[in-house]
Design a protein around this ligand. Sequence first.
Ligand SMILES: C[S@@+](CC[C@H](N)C(=O)[O-])C[C@H]1O[C@@H](n2cnc3c(N)ncnc32)[C@H](O)[C@@H]1O
Length: 217
Amino acid sequence: MTHTAHSHSHDAEPMTDFSRASWEAKYREREALWSGQPNAPLVDEVENLAPASALEVGCGEGADAVWLATQGWQVTGVDLSATALARAQVHAEASGVSSHVTFTDRELSAVIADHGPWELVTSMYTHPGEGGRWLVETLAAAVAPGGRLLVVGHHPTDPHAAEHPDLARSAFAAEDVADVLDRSEWEVSASIRERVTMVEAGHERLWRDAVLVARRH
Ligand SMILES: C[S@@+](CC[C@H](N)C(=O)[O-])C[C@H]1O[C@@H](n2cnc3c(N)ncnc32)[C@H](O)[C@@H]1O
């Protein structure tokens, strides 16, 4: 994404429209952008919770939303890319959980206003143009009392993020984005999570994730 170009424009479309076109083009370039497997931090944080309703923001091709649905969650998946969401729908149908997931490319704030709140609100590596603090603030408003917010992104010291200018710009530390949460209302855990995966060429990749888990009183 070329955020810089956007920020120089005086008469620009909203950031989300810009990001929408950019993500849509990225998905169209490839048959599949992601692995189809759920993200490890999501599985770790959620697998022992009793399923209820969940909002997943930046759900992409739907691997996490489908995994949540197979665990019994009733999921609303939001993404900017219609192409990604069409793939997510196919994935849900093939997994036999389409009655447990609804995908939408509507504007996040409208979805929250019309359908919130949810017991679980989650977002994995979304890195919206509006920034991590905006994301946490927006998603916090969608969490039901007693519910949970889980936001994971690339930490600024993640080697992969550091090599990609767009990611380097949007990477965040969990404690920084957690700042927007009122601690009298939220119990907050902000951490760095490291893991190593094999990449295609047989090389290992180190991930340094920023992990924010917040429980609403
Ligand atoms: C790096 S991908 C991650 C996809 C998926 N969560 C995963 O981990 O495989 C980021 C996704 O967030 C979506 N996205 C970015 N900004 C968004 C916003 N403001 N509202 C909804 N989705 C957004 C993009 O369209 C893209 O599919």
